[in-house]
Ligand binder design. Sequence first.
Ligand code: UD1
Ligand code: F6R
Length: 365
Amino acid sequence: KKGSYDHYMQKEIHEQPHSLTTTMRGRLKDGGVLLGGLKEHLKTIRRCRRLVFIGCGTSYNAALAARPFVEELTGIPVTMEVASDLLDRQGPIYREDTAVFVSQSGETADTLLALDYALENGALCVGITNTVGSTLSRNTHCGVHINAGCEIGVASTKAYTSQIVAMTMMALAVGSDQISTQARRDAIISGLTSLPSNVSDVLKLDVGMKELASSLIDSESLLVFGRGYNYATALEGALKVKEVALMHSEGMLAGEMKHGPLALVDENLPIIVIATRDACFSKQQSVIQQLLSRRGRLIVMCSKGDASAVCPSGSCRVIEVPEVADCLQPVVNIIPLQLLAYHLTVLRGFDVDQPRNLAKSVTTQ
Ligand code: UD1
Ligand code: F6R
């Protein structure tokens, strides 16, 4: 089943041009988006007071990646909830809310308990899941199957990118009644169409990421700074590194750097800064300058051709990725970090597909 690959995680990373294609198959029609599972509910969703995105781990991160463009394309405020935290707080969920539950397995206990809670509170409950027939799929009012194909590696990779694409299509469908954003929607749809080939392109960084991994093999910690569309990329990249490579790693909001994390910076701690082209680019350029002036050991992810724009001094290691529509950039940007986590794990001699202490589906609280 692994074919020519050594591990499922490796296979699933490299499968993403295909899994993204199946996520979109039959759903991009006549220049618009058709999600069979949502079409009867779009009116209700458009009328809701807010969208509440709920998930755990990687699925939470996928929802976080989707948040900026869902807000932009629908005009509806989005709040984020880690499922266990919503339950701990018994946070407010109202009849006027649409609660969107994101789960690869559709069987995560915390997410399902949060679903019961939202159902009791009368919210419209929408599922985004990879598993047809799962409890999440059955118990939500409606939803979208992401159709990424079975994911076996404990570390979620292809489900993450397909969740983001499914939520992009959801945002396009909910926002499709807004004339003012038509041109933006057309651009995103065209970006979706070319996304699989851009993902094939970024996968060519595999060898480079293996080299980078070998230079980080003895590091104790790795920070990842992102913002805007790529805040989620920073959290998700760090989650991959900690869960499979068993290395301490934190994803951080670059805008928070000066409010604490800057104290950690020295010439030894490796820091990945995500600085691909979008509205936050110049802010990330100044973050890089501030880190360099504190002798930070930087690895900068930038758009192709931007190496000297992000690091004029030439003192950073640079990862150049293809530029895609800004809101789809998280799908491309996570892939080098997935590859890095994979190679770090292999080089450090840990079990890739079955990390210590973890299970694929967390069915207990
Ligand atoms: C459906 C078929 C697909 C077929 C296509 C043809 C299924 C599972 N899917 O896909 O095989 O090719 O029509 O038009 O038979 N749902 C939830 N909660 C969730 C996920 C989904 O309630 O978390 C519901 C949806 O609202 C929908 C149904 O499950 O009623 C199927 O969802 P989905 O597979 O996404 O729908 P289609 O893409 O239309
Ligand atoms: C990380 C990972 C976990 C899951 C989390 C939620 O790679 O696999 O963080 O994302 O346990 O699982 P699902 O999506 O099945 O609800």
